[in-house]
Design a protein around this ligand. Structure first.
Ligand code: ADP
Ligand code: MG
Length: 276
């Protein structure tokens, strides 16, 4: 594993390679008087090797968008493509991780890590070897046979990311993955998970309402309006990716400038929306 980040993997024409694309996605729940329009119109591209953060206020439709990207919920308008295929045809190529770690409490760490592989019918010995490598690489050696209840919240989220990585998805989706954790653990895991994604050369989408988390972890940040979600802005985060330290960043002037801009985007009325 080289550890080098593959951000901006380039196509033959020199441009970035698009791995996932959301095209005119809209989502409305229910019918008649009880209709809830969650997403009005969202378009974006995810480039190979990058982390794209999607930020927006609580209730704006982020998890709904996440479900559309994961292929769990077909959008009512538009579509999501993964490497040129509609996502509902690409099940297994997107791995996701949610706010709640959703580990099975009766299974040990290793048995939780192999879960995705098991569901996909991978041979048991191969699955366990992959899981053991991940557990070792990401600092949970000695806990292979521990039950989730005996682990800290941060450790459980690490098991959840290992489970996501085990089946080697092309794209990793994270929906508010750290919001249930205390502030310190959250900052440490942001650094951890960013490093893991970079080391594995994965493309990722991080959905979050936490502006600081988005800037600390992403190459680009897509800002959504309040519900029904539309795209407010798209910022390229021009901070050195390697070794971005979420703690040190808090006092970095560039970080603070991005924070102020995204904060302003979120407060801005839709009529003056400015898509960078
Ligand atoms: P976020 O993740 O940004 O907090 P969600 O995507 O969870 O927001 O929800 C966006 C809006 O859509 C909310 O108003 C929510 O109540 C509504 N919503 C989400 N899922 C459903 C559903 N299955 N049926 C009806 N309304 C829903
Ligand atoms: Mg949500």
């Amino acid at each position: 594993m080289s550890g080098t980040r593959q951000t901006g993997a380039t196509a033959a024409d020199g441009g970035p390679v698009t791995i996932l694309k959301a095209d005119n996605v809209g989502m409305t729940f229910g019918e008649g008087a009880g209709t809830v329009e969650a997403i009005r119109k969202v378009d974006f591209e995810l480039f190979k090797g990058e982390t794209l953060a999607i930020v927006g206020p609580s209730g704006c439709g982020k998890s709904t968008l996440f479900n559309a990207i994961a292929g769990l919920l077909p959008p009512t308008r538009g579509h999501v493509e993964l490497a040129g295929r509609r996502v509902h045809d690409a099940v297994g190529h997107v791995g996701y991780m949610l706010q709640k770690d959703l580990l099975l409490p009766w299974r040990s760490v290793i048995d939780n890590v192999v879960l995705g592989l098991e569901v996909r019918g991978a041979p048991k010995s191969k699955s366990r070897a992959i899981a053991m490598d991940l557990i070792k690489a990401y600092g949970l050696s000695g806990f292979e046979y521990a039950r989730p209840a005996t682990l800290s919240g941060g450790m459980r989220q690490r098991v959840a990311i290992m489970r996501t990585l085990a089946f080697d998805p092309e794209v990793i989706l994270l929906d508010e993955p750290f919001s249930a954790l205390d502030f310190q653990t959250r900052l440490l895991l942001q650094a951890d998970v960013s490093r893991i994604i970079a080391e594995r050369g994965k493309s990722a989408i991080l959905v979050t309402h936490d502006i600081g988390e988005a800037i600390a972890m992403a190459d680009r940040v897509l800002v959504l309006s309040a519900r029904p979600a539309t795209v407010r802005a798209l910022h390229v985060i021009d901070l050195p990716k390697a070794g971005r330290d979420p703690v040190a960043l808090r006092t970095d002037a560039t970080f603070q400038a991005y924070f102020a801009r995204i904060w302003a985007d979120l407060e801005m009325p839709p009529a003056t929306a400015n898509v960078a």
